[in-house]
Design a protein around this ligand. Structure first.
Ligand code: SF4
Ligand code: SF4
Length: 185
């Protein structure tokens, strides 16, 4: 089929004049945008006219993180992990290694042991997650067959050493206790 002349768009760049050739207008325009944002954010924090949300962290924190509506509100924000407990206050994990296998960052390390309880074969003797290596993708909680591992709304991960940010089983169970109100099972 022949293409009509009206359908053809000429994309040959227009020749630049002298100022454009040394990028002066583009530099001035870019600096204008930078200073507009700078002064706007200093004088009027919050959502600015470009819909960019600015808060004075850590004094202010965002309270508009995503939640699932309907039934029970559950935060869908992916922060640090927790290991969930069952109704008898035991770790729910059955040491199946599904989460560690699914993890693309290879940051979950589990040592399994024979379970002291009759309702399961194994439980995690040791369960470590390197929170600095994690990319917070949520694959571990998707892979878990018994809802034992979850990402929580907590995101303030700070510490003085890398070792502190490898969360062990005790720490992960503590996070469960701290977040159960904010993110119920
Ligand atoms: S959130 Fe993703 S990267 Fe982090 S531990 Fe889970 S699977 Fe691994
Ligand atoms: S947290 Fe879940 S997926 Fe990971 S080992 Fe325990 S039971 Fe398996």
């Amino acid at each position: 089929m022949a293409i009509s002349d009206e359908s053809i768009i000429d994309v040959t760049p227009k020749p630049m004049h002298a100022a454009e050739a040394i990028f002066l207008p583009a530099i001035a325009k870019g600096l204008g945008t930078t200073f507009r944002h700078l002064f706007g954010n200093i004088t009027k924090p919050g959502k600015n006219k470009d819909n960019i949300y600015v808060v004075q962290y850590p004094e202010e924190k965002r309270d508009d993180r995503p939640v699932v509506e309907g039934g029970q509100e559950r935060s869908t924000f992916r922060g640090v992990h927790r290991l969930n407990k069952d109704e008898d206050d035991r770790v729910r994990c059955v040491a199946c290694f599904m989460c560690a296998t699914a993890c693309p960052a290879n940051c979950i390390h589990i040592t399994a042991e024979e379970s002291p309880w009759d309702d399961r074969e194994k439980y995690p003797k040791q369960f470590d997650i390197d929170e600095l290596r994690c990319i917070y993708c949520g694959m571990c909680e998707e892979a878990c067959p018994c809802d034992a591992i979850e990402l929580t709304p907590f995101y303030e991960v700070t510490g003085m050493s890398r070792q502190e940010l490898i969360f062990d089983k005790t720490k992960l169970l503590e996070v469960y206790d701290q977040t159960i109100e904010e993110k119920p099972m």
